[in-house]
Design a binder for this molecule. Structure first.
Ligand code: F0G
Length: 354
């Protein structure tokens, strides 16, 4: 049996790797591409989800972080720093721990999902909270990294984009070519930038074609759609609660060059997609991830996405990251029955719906 060796080893010909680059790995990448059998039939399209929650720290950030941390180590850096809505901090903390680097993460106070905070703490990062939002935190860590010998590992670090582009390679390998449409959540806009770069590079090497890039912001944080910075972004999808995306221009370019679009979805649409995906397909992704599904539903209804299209929705993070939103979204009222087999039997038989 040959084991998957992680992104740096598997895609080294496409990555900025030389003989001095440490081959850091938590065996990230190679994530499942799952067909949505039930919903595809209902919607009249062929939908797959790229389950990035299957990465070692439960999000797509591992792809970029393995590359960025390997390069930081190669360059002799001893400390990494990032601002984060949660997933970047979890990935930085894990790869920092693995590489033996000091890791400092700056997060918006009270606005990151429980699981992500638990990860940063467990992996041993120094967690600093800011009385402000992600955009404020990013401003601060950018300035610190310019003044101190500390490596910034947010997606403004170009190595992050290099690592993350590998997801596009995997999609092309799994399908034999690029899909018609790639639907993806947009926060700081690094990931849509990375996918577009990946699709273009693979197409140059292997003629795999190019998808329409369709990115989705949350309505309360839709800076790109509104074409203005949002000072106080707000959304249930805390991972994409960002009002001034760092890769704004690149996201617009990806949409324009590919005949795609940057659009928005409401929190209600995100939550509806979140529940639908879990209950109809057995796939549990965190709320921000489900912006891609919500966006797909919106654009099938508007006719922008044609019936019969082959679509890949990127599910950026694992549903278990954010148990609080799950518990608040569904009614959890377990029925308490007496300690008797008969009582259970009676309830179950009575409850069978034909
Ligand atoms: N989905 C999830 C689950 C995320 O954590 C993020 C970004 C995105 C989508 C958006 O990706 O920023 O590349 O457009 N999370 C960052 C973080 C900001 O700090 O974890 P993007």
């Amino acid at each position: 049996m040959s084991q998957w060796k992680g992104l740096l080893e598997e895609y080294k010909q496409f990555l900025p790797i030389n003989e001095n680059t440490p081959m850091l790995s938590l065996r990230e990448g190679n994530t499942p591409l799952i067909p949505l059998e039930n919903l595809s039939k209902e919607w009249g399209v062929e939908v797959y989800v790229k389950v990035e929650g299957a990465n070692p720290t439960g999000s797509f950030k591992d792809r970029g972080m393995v590359m960025a941390v390997a390069k930081a180590k190669e360059e002799g850096s001893q400390t990494i720093i990032c601002a984060s809505t949660g997933n970047t901090s979890a990935a930085a903390a894990a790869y920092g721990a693995r590489a033996g680097l000091r890791c400092i993460v700056v997060i918006p106070e009270g606005k990151i999902a429980l699981g992500k905070l638990a990860q940063a703490v467990m992996y041993g990062a120094e967690v600093l909270e800011i009385k402000g939002n992600f955009d404020n935190a990013l401003d601060i860590v950018r300035k610190i990294s310019e003044q101190e010998p500390i490596t910034l590992v947010n997606s403004v670090n170009p190595y992050r984009i290099e690592g993350q582009k590998t997801a596009a390679f995997e999609i092309c390998d799994a399908l034999g070519q690029a899909p018609d449409v790639l639907a993806i959540p947009v926060g700081n806009a690094g990931n849509i930038t990375a996918y577009w770069k990946g699709f273009k590079e693979y197409n140059e090497h292997k003629q795999t074609g190019l998808p329409e890039m369709r990115g989705f912001e949350a309505e309360g944080a839709a800076a790109i759609v509104q074409n203005e910075v949002i000072e106080e972004p707000e959304t249930i999808a805390t991972a994409i609660r960002i009002g001034n995306p760092a890769s704004w221009k690149q996201a617009v370019a990806a949409a324009d060059e590919s005949n795609g679009k940057i659009d928005y979805v409401t929190d209600d649409e995100i939550l509806a997609a979140y529940k639908l995906l879990a209950s109809r397909e057995g796939v549990f992704a965190e709320p921000a991830s489900c912006a891609s599904i919500a966006g797909l539903i919106k654009q099938i209804q508007s006719g922008e996405i044609k019936k019969g299209s082959k679509i890949v929705c990127v599910l950026t993070g694992n549903g278990l990251k954010d148990p609080t939103t799950a518990m608040d979204t569904v009614e959890v009222k377990p029925l308490v029955l007496p300690n008797s087999e008969e009582a259970f039997m009676e309830h179950i038989k009575g409850g069978v719906h034909q």
